[in-house]
Every structure is written in C-alpha cells, then in structure tokens.
Design a protein around this ligand. Sequence first.
Ligand code: CO
Length: 168
Amino acid sequence: MAILEIVKHPAPILQQKCEEVVKFDKELGQLLDDMYETMVAADGVGLAAPQVGKAVRVAIVDMGEGQDVIEMVNPVVTAIGGSEIEVEGCLSFPGLYGEVERPYFVRVEAQERDGSLYEIEAEDYEARAILHEIDHLNGILFDSKIIRVVDPSEFEEEILDDEEGEVL
Ligand code: CO
C-alpha cells in the first residue's frame, strides 16, 4: 500500500467526469487499498479517485464508528429523500469549510472491487459523504454548492455534532 498525493483545487482532473471502471483487476484493488491508506493518513472520511489523480468512478467513504469503510465502484444514486444543511470540508480544499444543502437520505447501487453489485442506504452525514464523493466522480466540487462559508473557529467553538466539518 502507499500513501498517494492528494490533488488540490484548482486542477483540471477534479473537474472532469470520470470513466466507468470495466476491469475489476489487481490494479483496482491496489487503487482502493492506496486510497484507504491515503484517506486515513489525511484524516478524511471520504475520498474519490480523481483526488489521487485517477479519473475513474471509484470512491470510498468511512461510515463512522464501528462501521466499515465502503468501496463504491461505478456508484449510481437510485433514490434520495429529505434535505439537510451541514458544514462540509474537502481534502482537495484545505482550510475551506462551508454549509452545503444535500438530501438527508440516499440509496446507491454500486459495485465491489470484485465487480459484484450491492445496494446501500444511508442517512444524515453518511449520506452527505456518499453524495459528496459521487459529485467528485462527475467533476462537481463542493465549493460550487456552498451557501455560506464557515470559519473553522466557528464550529470548533460551538457545541456541535462530532461529524461537523469533516473533510471528504
Ligand atoms: Co471532496
């Protein structure tokens, strides 16, 4: 495994639509392993392949305490519901935090690293993280969705949810 360099904004690869994965080979497994190590080292809770310089439809999300990190290959959003405004950050935008409105609920169909299909449902911050990463695969960056920039000191001082301001 290896810790990869995280691509920072502005970079063209962050704004392009990523390619479908067609080969479920060792190289894909290696990319997922490296992305996991990179996300952990960067203290993030989600990471998309373009953020490590690979324009392919691959992303991972840490589903929180006691939960697995999910690997999403070729993810497709099949349902959304509700709406919530929370603070987000992004590993490709060091120091930038802002309020973003996203669905409260999401259902996604994706493939595992071996190509098998699965479906996952998530709510709240996990849904937010999944949708943030899928946006990356379409070249959509969270800064374009920020409705209010938040100074980090603002959420450090307030008593807020632990997940507030996590970087994706
Ligand atoms: Co991000």
